[in-house]
Design a protein around this ligand. Structure first.
Ligand code: LUZ
Ligand code: MOS
Length: 762
């Protein structure tokens, strides 16, 4: 089934936040963010701004009617700064004016006097000063302390990954419309309608039942709107609540880039020990997470780094410690993979270091250590499948020996261009690591004309979840998909939703839709049984594919629905699903946190221009474990997008903050993302169909985040191409591998500046 949004997308008719027709009298907001990364506010001068044309009101922390707090995991984030500012762009005041332009013009006229305090941008520096947001955590398996003795080889090093701007095409934004008796209807570009509802309730002082958050779809989220849509919604809601007028704020791109958090940069240390057979005996890693100025989701992201610190490998002795380091950057947040990619990069770097030092191909060490059924992850859960299956299949279907031969032949004859190859296995756990979040609800109404309305907690953000929800309802009810409509995600219809995140949205909400539709079908069967004077067990549904599109059976369906209505049988159902059998004990750091794992392997091939340092990704060839895909088109789209986004993070996207904590890569002129010219020339996806039962909806495994990590292979492929040109190159494990870094490595310019280019520019 094709994506149900494709028609309106192509025609430009899909409604995003900024397309909602505004109500007469709507006012427009704009935030004034701190110009300084750290300091104490001495004086805030609003007088000039207040006199600007169109300005209705400028709100500060003094105007907050509820609690001046929007922090989630840790209450450390004011809605509007009071006396301290902790990052550049931290909202201090919120201008409300008659038009968009007038609001932004007034923002420019606000002046603030701030006594500067020392600025920390480096997580290791923060850790040394004990600037930690939560206690450090350590995952342990076996005993590394004694395991080093069994190792024939031991290597250590550091590995760094930079942040990543989400660059959702639709920027953050919200539109708050006051309702009678203090209610507020909020349109928000959020992955987490309930998170917005909570933040608005807390900061406005209203109970949650007064706040309806309604979401039709987002123009991308990628994690950036899991928690960070809250700020803009809370500001608009506060203004609407105080002024009793609709208030809208859709951020400009540069506001969004400067004020919102990104993927967490990490700096990490590793130590890896292998025996003579190249089995990894012991692995130690220490992760310094650059959390930014407030907790946001950082503690949960840090946890997932630990969960994925051994990626697809079984290592009997592991000690992994992570620090959640407070710095003066905008609070970093969820981003596709949620800390997992950062953990995986470090184990891949450690394996590569060992391979390069021993003069063997990294793939030999990788293959030697892939996990098998029954192998224990450092957090106690046991694998129920094998990373070998995808790995071996990738080698076979893509004829890895042929690829290797071609690359070697090319490199033998070419001087100025060199090719590189890397294999990237992925093993990603599906479920929110916070067990209680793994629940969802669905509300299904069958109307008397036989059409069906479905509401869930799932937010459509381009990933196709609504299409999958339609498929589930149509399948279970055995009706044409055209009869099913997915309604917007509303906190009035579905309460206490988890954000659409963790790759788990289709599973959680799909299971709830399945349950609700199953209940309705049971009742309809009872109606038929009564009518025909037979027992319910004798009623079976025909194969739904025979039913779909068949006018005659549609006519029967309508009659059946009307018969049930006439007999006063309920045609509506609300169902609740909670993932069974998952648990986690954070005091022991052991448990069974994931419903299942998604496996895959990518072969990545690149060509480097050794004169210029530029490169192309020639091919990404993947074997991916889909389970049984319920929508191969949607799922392939997710994989292609994930690969490109992962390659962007690893090879070209460079977030640059200067030492004063100001974002220098603050527009698309200075922040380079993959475009049509830089995407891989070839992406091939070979599905691994696993018949094994799993907890996914219709056994169609989650597909949102895992493919991003295939992009990590591009970093290592580039490294290999550079080494083909200059075997003496010493290349730090420091992603992204931009053309500049490639060029420096090609000619062994070792002094790659670890500090930012604008370091001395105050
Ligand atoms: N969000 C979250 C996530 O709150 N918990 C998670 O485990 C998670 N994993 C991936 C992406 N978002
Ligand atoms: Mo996400 S990083 O699953 O919001």
């Amino acid at each position: 089934m094709k994506n149900i949004d494709s028609r309106t997308h192509v025609r430009g008719e899909s409604i995003y936040l900024d397309d909602i027709p505004v109500i007469r009298g709507t006012l427009f907001g704009a935030a004034f963010g701190s110009p300084v990364a750290h300091g104490v506010i001495r004086h805030l001068d609003l007088t000039v701004a207040e006199a600007m044309p169109g300005v209705v009101r400028i709100l500060t922390y003094k105007d907050v009617t509820g609690e001046n707090q929007i922090g989630g995991i840790v209450p450390d984030e004011p809605l509007l700064a009071e006396h301290h500012v902790h990052y550049c762009g931290m909202p201090i005041a919120f201008v409300v004016a008659a038009t968009d332009d007038e609001a932004r013009a007034a923002v420019k006229k606000i002046s603030v006097d701030i006594d500067p305090l020392p600025v920390i941008t480096d997580p290791r520096e923060a850790q040394a000063l004990d600037e930690l947001i939560i206690r450090p955590r350590t995952f342990r398996l076996g005993d590394t302390a004694t395991a080093w003795e069994q190792c024939a080889y031991i290597f250590d090093g550091t590995a760094d990954t930079n942040g990543q701007e989400h660059l959702y095409i639709e920027t953050q934004g919200a539109y708050a419309v006051p309702q009678e008796n203090n209610g507020i209807k909020l349109y928000s570009s959020t992955q987490g309608p309930t998170a917005v509802q909570r933040a608005v309730a807390r900061s406005s002082g209203l109970p949650m039942h007064q706040i309806d958050v309604d979401v039709t779809r987002l123009g991308g989220g990628f994690g950036g709107k899991e928690d960070q849509a809250n700020m803009w919604a809370a500001l608009c809601a506060l203004a609407a609540h105080i002024l009793r007028k609709p208030v809208k704020y859709a951020l400009h791109r540069m506001e969004d880039m400067a004020m919102t958090g990104k993927r967490h940069p990490y700096s990490s240390d590793f130590k890896i020990g292998l025996d003579n057979d190249l089995k990894i005996v012991a692995y130690e890693a220490t992760f310094y997470q650059n959390a930014g100025a407030a907790a946001d989701l950082s503690p949960a992201v840090m946890e997932r780094t630990l969960f994925h610190c051994t990626n697809s490998y079984f290592i009997p002795n592991v000690t992994a410690t992570a620090y959640c380091c407070r710095t003066n950057l905008p609070p970093n947040t969820a981003f596709r993979g949620f800390g997992g990619p950062q953990g995986m990069f470090v184990i891949e770097a450690a394996i590569t270091k060992a391979a390069e030092s021993l003069g063997v191909d990294a793939a030999i060490i990788q293959a030697q250590n892939l996990n098998k059924t029954g192998d224990e992850f450092p957090y106690g859960q046991k694998a129920v499948s094998e990373s070998h299956i995808c790995w071996n299949k990738a080698q076979d279907v893509y004829e890895i020996d042929v690829i290797r031969g071609q690359i070697a032949a090319f490199n033998d004859t070419s001087t100025l261009y060199k090719k590189g190859l890397a294999l990237m296995p992925v093993c990603f756990g599906i479920s929110f690591t916070n067990t209680r979040m793994n629940q969802a609800r669905a509300l299904v109404h069958v109307y008397t004309d036989g059409s069906v309305g479905v509401s869930t907690g799932a937010v459509e953000m381009g990933q196709g979840v609504n299409t999958k929800m339609v498929q589930v309802a149509a399948h279970v009810l055995s009706i044409q998909s055209e009869r099913v409509k997915l309604h917007s995600t509303s906190t009035y219809r579905i309460a206490n939703t988890s954000p659409s995140a963790a790759s788990a949205t289709a599973d959680l909400n799909g299971k709830a839709v399945e349950m609700a539709c199953t209940s309705i079908i049971q009742r309809l069967k009872a109606v038929v049984a009564e009518e025909l004077q037979v027992s319910v067990d004798e009623i079976t549904l025909k194969d739904e594919f025979v039913y779909w599109g068949d006018k005659k059976t549609d006519w029967y369906w309508q009659r059946l629905v009307m018969a049930a209505y006439t007999k006063r049988v309920s045609l509506s159902e609300h169902a609740h699903y909670a993932t069974p059998d998952i648990h986690y004990d954070a005091t022991k750091e052991k448990g069974h946190p994931f419903a299942y794992h998604v496996y895959g392997t990518a072969i990545v091939e690149v060509t480097v221009d050794c004169l210029r340092g530029t490169y192309e990704v020639d091919a990404v060839k993947v074997v991916h474990d889909f389970g049984v895909s319920m929508n191969p088109l949607v799922d392939r789209g997710q994989i292609e997008g994930g690969i490109v986004q992962g390659i962007g993070w690893m090879t070209m996207e460079e977030v640059v903050f200067d030492k004063a904590g100001r974002l220098r890569s603050n527009a698309l002129s200075t922040y380079k993302v993959p475009d049509i010219y830089s995407v891989p020339k070839q992406i091939i996806i070979e599905p691994l169909k696993t018949e094994q039962d799993n907890q996914a909806i219709f056994r169609s495994k989650a597909v949102g985040e895992p493919p991003l990590m295939y992009g990590i292979g591009a970093y290592f492929a580039l490294r290999n191409a550079v080494l083909a040109f200059n075997p003496a190159a010493t290349i730090p494990f420091d992603a992204p591998m931009t053309p500049e870094k490639v060029l420096l490595a090609l000619y062994n310019v070792n002094a790659i500046r670890r500090t930012m280019p604008f370091a001395n520019d105050q």
